[in-house]
Design a protein around this ligand. Structure first.
Ligand SMILES: N[C@@H](CCC(=O)N[C@@H](CS)C(=O)NCC(=O)O)C(=O)O
Length: 230
């Protein structure tokens, strides 16, 4: 049985990628949820993960400690992780890699915090450029491969890579064209995404650095999470 180490569902965008991919494909795993700021848990975890970062997939004696590497590791063992069509697969790999190494303004200016609804203080040019690029990238995949997912008819790793972006779009009210908006709504409506979201909202622990980060970037209009722990 695979073991998947993740962090707080409200905040951990990288953790969501393999989690939603495995859930959408009904690949069984045992989930270990670590809590940001709780050093004893993380110290134990760092003994098994070389980078000390989540997500980390443990398969017997093998640790796979990066979300893209986990997708590729799973793709060697399970069908359906990438689109079957070679052209769609090339697109899916490029788009996933682009998300993995790019979109830094979107990542830094709109950090994932599933339970809050934010109004940003400002939208700098680099964030607008990332949003425009996201719109073009998603619309391209949806049009070329026919949807409803980016690489065609089924949910694959590229959708998992953009699943955290759907939560960012919801939290920050990011406007996209109609095809891209409908795609984000489709991701949010998936049962696995709803389950992640509900578990994120139920978390009562607040990580101070994550909370301070959003307060610097904007105004919290709504906080839908369960009451914080004292
Ligand atoms: N490139 C890595 C990034 C993972 C990452 O940055 N994870 C964050 C949590 S979302 C983390 O573990 N932070 C804890 C730390 O840096 O101590 C991946 O794709 O898995």
């Amino acid at each position: 049985m695979y073991e998947l180490y993740i962090a707080n569902k409200n905040y951990s965008s990288w953790s969501l990628r393999p989690w939603v991919l495995m859930r959408e494909h009904a690949i069984p795993f045992v989930e270990h949820r670590l809590r940001f700021g709780e050093s004893s848990q993380w110290n134990d975890f760092r003994r098994i993960s070389p980078s000390g970062k989540v997500p980390c997939l443990i398969d017997g004696d093998t640790a796979v400690w990066d979300s893209l590497a986990i997708a590729e590791y799973l793709a060697e063992r399970h069908t359906g992780m990438w689109p079957v069509d070679a052209v769609a697969r090339a697109y899916a790999r490029c788009a996933s890699a682009e998300m993995h190494s790019g979109f830094s303004a979107l990542r830094n200016r709109c950090p994932m915090n599933c339970g809050v609804r934010m109004r940003l203080h400002d939208i700098p040019a680099e964030l607008s450029a990332d949003i425009k690029r996201l719109d073009v990238l998603w619309t391209d995949g949806l049009e070329r491969f026919g949807g409803p997912f980016l690489g065609g008819g089924t949910f694959t790793a590229v959708d998992a890579f953009f699943a955290p972006v759907a939560f960012r779009i919801q939290s920050y009210g990011i406007a996209l064209g109609s095809a891209a908006s409908a795609y984000a709504a489709r991701l949010l409506a998936l049962q696995s995404m709803q389950e992640w979201y509900a578990a994120g909202l139920a978390e009562r622990f607040r990580d101070a650095p994550h909370e301070e980060e959003v307060l610097q970037l904007g105004t919290v209009m709504e906080d839908l999470r369960a009451a914080p722990l004292d």
